[in-house]
Design a protein around this ligand. Structure first.
Ligand code: NAD
Length: 242
């Protein structure tokens, strides 16, 4: 996919899927604004051609607008920021649920509101939202807040797609299975027995391995340039939902 002359905003680009995607967009020819709250992580992108970095907390509406005003307008927005909480409907703390909604859902609404007007002016834009197969696609045990909020991401994706499909805007969601990333490593360590936790995560992927951030990044690049698709939830899950 050739993304030459495309200007791309990526959130949560400091590590994991966001970082791999910033690099993949740049290698596809785009100019990329890679953002994250973690400036040390962002600094690992300094050597990459085609990428500039900005500190951005997507929970902060003013900060989102300021970064978009300074570095936009954008042709592509990749909303990658998200958080995973454990817990069921009974043991999930309300504050964690509120935080999950703010970071996994409302942050996407903030960035979309900031970039969409200029996309509409130009009659062209691609918005990509990070969901998960743990969403309206598949119930996953002990992931109440995550599954609820990622289902909402698919809903907001379809809503934006439906509202703007006649005006040159495409809005799609990516729904990974389990992907090797720093926060997944943290979750595996937090379970006490790292090897057993890792084996359990791998066991639920029929392909017998975890996905890589680069595999998800390839799909993000594809969707950014795929001009005849909107409102779709693209599963990329090692066969988890076969
Ligand atoms: P990760 O969780 O390891 O890294 C997340 C990044 O988000 C970090 O760099 C962090 O600094 C940044 N971040 C956190 N809060 C932020 C904020 N308020 N503003 C801006 N940046 C912030 O990366 P990952 O595991 O690749 O996950 C990225 C996305 O992919 C998330 O939305 C996640 O839910 C989704 N996802 C991940 C997997 C997986 O197995 N790793 C599976 C499905 C979906």
């Amino acid at each position: 996919m050739n993304l030459k002359n495309k200007h791309v905003l990526v959130t949560a680009a400091g590590q994991g899927i966001g970082r791999a995607s910033a690099i993949a967009f740049a290698r596809a020819g785009a100019t990329v604004v890679a953002t994250d709250i973690n400036t040390e992580a962002l600094a690992t992108l300094d050597a990459e051609d085609g990428i500039i970095t900005r500190k951005l907390d997507v929970l902060n509406d003013e900060a989102v607008r300021a970064v978009v005003a300074e570095t936009g307008p954008f042709d592509v927005l990749f909303n990658c920021a998200g958080v995973v909480h454990g817990g069921t409907v009974l043991d999930m703390a309300d504050k964690d649920l509120d935080f999950a909604f703010d970071l996994n859902v409302r942050a996407m609404i903030r960035t979309i509101r900031a970039v969409l007007p200029s996309m509409l002016e130009r009659g062209d834009g691609a918005i990509i939202n990070m969901a998960s197969v743990a969403s309206s696609i598949k119930g996953v045990p002990n992931r109440f807040a995550y599954t609820v909020t990622k289902a909402a991401v698919i809903g907001l994706t379809k809503s934006v797609a439906a509202d703007y499909v006649t005006q040159g805007i495409r809005c799609n969601a990516i729904c990974p299975g389990t992907v090797e990333s720093p926060s997944l490593q943290d979750r595996m360590r937090a379970q006490g027995d790292y090897d057993a936790a890792r084996a359990a995560f791998i066991a639920r992927q029929p392909m017998g391995r975890l996905g890589t951030p680069e595999e998800i990044a390839d799909l993000a690049v594809y969707i950014a340039g795929a001009t005849y698709t909107s409102g779709q939830a693209f599963a990329i899950d090692g066969g988890w939902t076969i």
